[in-house]
Each structure stands twice: as structure tokens, then as C-alpha cells.
Design a protein around this ligand. Structure first.
Ligand code: DGL
Length: 264
């Protein structure tokens, strides 16, 4: 039996991370879980996100899915809940957080942007990342839930409303002198090609996908988890709400919110 890697997001954004991991480690067994009943996470308070992630852990552990590595492929969930959920399970958890450090290192103008959900932009975790790595770099913050919605529609219907996209980008008013833009939401790489065309000067768009794939790979080695040669294993999808236009074959799951311990 090959190592089981479950990738989680509020919606389909985490598939951008899943793709990177699959490319690096095609032999693992994968499942993809989306908590789309609560989409967008970016508009939820941290307490709610914590309850949902604890519910996810409860689901995995009570259904004997034997997940070896759980990738929280959602910046919003990771920046809100990572520390707490790690205390509630023995499952190895990999979080996805905004790539502020590499962005600050490669910026020549010493002005970068972070585009993410409102919850990620406002989280203590993100503020701490900026404080730690952005000492010599100005970091401008841009919050959007609209882009999450547009990325969902694009994924499921293959169409993007240019009007709505351009209207949102205009409203964000991204500074003209940034040379790196961190895609701090796993949905946004789906919009990267369109986003790249919005700037007059070249802007490098970076996300955490490759770094996460490397981290998963090193954990597989550390725990000596098995990988089988057969790369044609079916990918199982789980969701918490039906999706109208989806071509995916999805198993519907009901999550029951779990409240963290008093000590948390
Ligand atoms: N994909 C998630 C992230 O990386 C957020 C999308 C949402 O707001 O639900 O932040």
C-alpha cells in the first residue's frame, strides 16, 4: 500500500498544490477534500475555521482512512489554525502559508505585494511572517474573496468573466513599483496567466506549491513511507456540499464542527 496523502482546501484552490506534489511524487495515493459548504474560508472568523479543521481530523480518524500526510492546501486555514490542529492529532500535517520569505529575498525594488483572502491578510501568522522576513522590504497587502469565486467558476466551467476580473483588479489598485506578487491563496495560481497581463512592468508571481511538494517528499523519506510503482491509482474527491457544474465524481461528507479544548 502506497503512502496516502490527503490534500485539503475550502474549494478547488488546493488542486494547484496537489498538482505540484503529484508531479514530484507520482507513486503516492492521493485524496482531495474540499469543505465547500463553508466556502469562502477567507470570509470566516478564525474560530470557525479551527472548528472545521478539527472536524476534518475527526472525520479522517473516525473513518479509518489511514492518511499518512495531510496537506492543508489553504493559506487561510493554515494561517488561522495550523498550530491548534497539530496539537489534536498524530497525523503529519503540512501547512501552506504565503511565500513572503522568498519574495523578499528576490525583490529588487524592495517593494512586494501579497494578494490573499481577508482572513489571511489580517491573520497574526501573516503579520509575524512579514515582521520576520520583510525588514528591508515594503509589503503591500491586497485582500480579495471575489478572485476566489472567479477561480472556482473558472475551474468548474472553464470560463472567466473578464469584466468581473478587471473590475476586481482595478479595485485592488496594486502598486506600480512592486516587482514580486505573492499569491497567498491557493486559488490564485489558477488566475496567474490573466493576472500577469495586468501589469505594465514585469511582476514575478510566486506561490508555495513547489516548496510544499519538496516538504512532503522529505517527510515521506523521514517516515520511510512506502511508494508503489503503479502510478495509475484513482484520486478520490470528498466535498461537504454538492457542486453543480463539476465533472468530478465526488463523495459528499458531512462535517460536524468540533470545539477546541479549553487549554487552546
Ligand atoms: N484557497 C484558500 C486559501 O489558500 C482560500 C479560499 C477561501 O477563501 O475559501 O487561502
Amino acid at each position: 500500500m502506497s503512502a496516502h496523502i490527503m490534500v485539503f482546501d475550502s474549494g478547488i484552490g488546493g488542486t494547484t498544490v496537489l498538482e505540484q506534489i503529484q508531479q514530484l511524487i507520482p507513486e503516492a495515493t492521493y485524496s482531495y477534500f474540499m469543505d465547500n459548504a463553508l466556502l469562502p474560508y477567507g470570509a470566516q472568523p478564525p474560530q470557525k475555521i479551527i472548528q472545521r479543521l478539527l472536524a476534518l481530523i475527526h472525520f479522517i480518524e473516525s473513518s479509518a482512512l489511514q492518511v499518512d500526510i495531510l496537506v492543508i492546501a489553504c493559506n487561510t486555514a493554515s494561517t488561522s489554525a495550523l498550530n491548534i490542529i497539530r496539537r489534536h492529532t498524530h497525523i503529519e500535517i503540512v501547512g501552506v502559508v504565503p511565500a513572503i520569505k522568498p519574495a523578499c529575498l528576490i525583490s529588487k525594488t524592495k517593494h512586494i505585494g501579497l494578494i490573499a483572502t481577508p482572513a489571511t491578510v489580517n491573520s497574526h501568522y501573516t503579520k509575524a511572517l512579514i515582521k520576520e522576513h520583510g525588514k528591508n522590504t515594503k509589503v503591500s497587502l491586497y485582500a480579495s474573496t471575489k478572485l476566489v469565486e472567479l477561480a472556482e467558476t473558472l475551474f468548474h466551467t472553464h470560463s472567466l468573466s473578464n469584466y468581473e476580473f478587471n473590475e476586481e483588479i482595478a479595485a485592488l489598485n496594486i502598486a506600480g513599483d512592486i516587482d514580486v506578487l505573492v499569491l497567498g491563496c491557493t486559488h490564485f495560481p489558477l488566475l496567474a496567466n490573466t493576472l500577469a497581463m495586468c501589469f505594465e512592468k514585469p511582476v514575478k508571481l510566486i506561490d508555495s506549491g513547489k516548496a510544499i511538494a519538496n516538504r512532503v517528499s522529505s517527510l515521506l523519506m523521514k517516515h520511510q513511507l512506502a511508494l508503489s510503482i503503479d502510478t495509475k491509482k484513482p484520486l478520490r474527491y470528498y466535498a461537504t456540499a454538492p457542486i453543480d457544474a463539476s465533472q468530478l465524481s465526488i463523495e459528499l461528507i458531512e462535517l460536524t464542527d468540533q470545539t477546541p479544548d479549553e487549554s487552546d
